[in-house]
Design a protein around this ligand. Structure first.
Ligand code: C5P
Length: 202
């Protein structure tokens, strides 16, 4: 049986961590859709036309090393503003969403564009300062030398571009449940999400 959980929100709000944890809890498959745009961006940085890269994207490309760097994130938000790139990635995401056994997709436009019929829609958010602090700790923890201010500026620019683009801008679906994780630790945020999904499942 298909059951789709759509999780959207700005960068570093906790979507990915929550998505992974709720998928494990319910035994659903999980797709971090940001990786699709990051993989296309990686190809672009290597000299491939992003539209060609998006049309030819393979599942293995999502396992490429180095997709989590700030440079790739910036390039991802640029390729993500290209309508042809977005269009090329729609079918893969929709097929993933409706596979049997349940699926969790996290991104920016899952509840609004990719899966408007999703059984559960969450919009995960947190204050700019909390998100910058989290992303900074994450990057420093994986060996990146970057200041908190640089991270904060990067997030601001990416959020602004993601929210202002004409095609599939970042915004909550009208029927999304907003989950503000600013004052929640990860366990509490995951528990909240599990509760919302569990109730929708009946
Ligand atoms: O979530 P993550 O930070 O990995 O996403 C990288 C970029 O990919 C985002 O800044 C956004 O521009 C783009 N993206 C998108 N739609 C999605 C997922 C990610 O436009 N569903």
């Amino acid at each position: 049986m298909a059951f789709t959980v759509a999780i959207d929100g700005p960068a570093a709000a906790g979507k990915g961590t929550i998505g992974k944890a709720v998928a494990a809890h319910f035994g659903f498959a999980h797709l971090d859709t940001g990786l699709l745009y990051r993989a296309v961006a990686r190809h672009m940085l290597d000299g491939t036309d992003p539209i060609v890269a998006a049309r030819g994207l393979r599942t293995e490309d999502l396992d490429t090393e180095g997709l989590r760097t700030p440079e790739v994130a910036r390039a991802a938000s640029r390729v993500a503003a290209m309508p042809e790139v977005r269009r090329a990635l729609v079918d893969f995401q929709r097929a993933f969403a409706r596979r049997g056994g349940g699926a969790v997709l996290d991104g920016r436009d899952i509840g609004t564009v990719i899966c408007p019929e999703a059984e559960v829609k969450l919009f995960v958010t947190a204050t700019d300062a909390v998100r910058a602090g989290r992303r900074h700790r994450e990057l420093v923890g994986t060996g990146h030398e970057v200041s908190l201010e640089e991270v904060a500026q990067d997030l601001r620019q990416r959020d602004a571009r993601d929210s202002a683009r004409a095609d599939a801008p970042l915004r909550p679906a009208d029927d999304a449940v907003v989950l503000d994780t600013s004052k929640l630790d990860i366990d509490a945020a995951v528990a909240r999400a599990i509760d919302i999904i569990g109730r929708a499942r009946g």
